[in-house]
Write a new protein. Sequence first.
Length: 152
Amino acid sequence: MPNTLQMYNKLCRYPGGKWLFGKFVCRMAPYFGTIKPRFVELKPGYCEATLHKRRCVENHLHTVHAIAMANLCELTAGLMTEVSIPKQMRWIPISMEIFYLRKAKTDVKGVAKLELPTWQDSQDIKVPVSVTDKDNNEVVKAVISMRVSKRD
């Protein structure tokens, strides 16, 4: 997604801009549309987005489904990586380690935060993600490994 951060910052100046940005992201990567993410903040080293608890993301226990939260983890880690790497580089997720800590009975918030490394020609980075409920209880934590390399 070229100029992702520039687009985010431009759209956020307007009412509904973050919603529109979410639509753009889901159009580029359609599977993310299954959770209808809402972006709260996006900047180098940081991405925060929410997932509204509704029937289509619930499991048989009427809590937020584990895979919906895994989707939120991948989304926040990916967008944070996208806006953090130099323009001449690209990224792809290569693995995910995820821990489901408790049931998510409310809307949830995913935060990917990373101290930015000195970018090299090619490297793997580990992006930590935390998902919390409305009471700020951590319900999921994940570490997503991203391969960052020069564009061809």
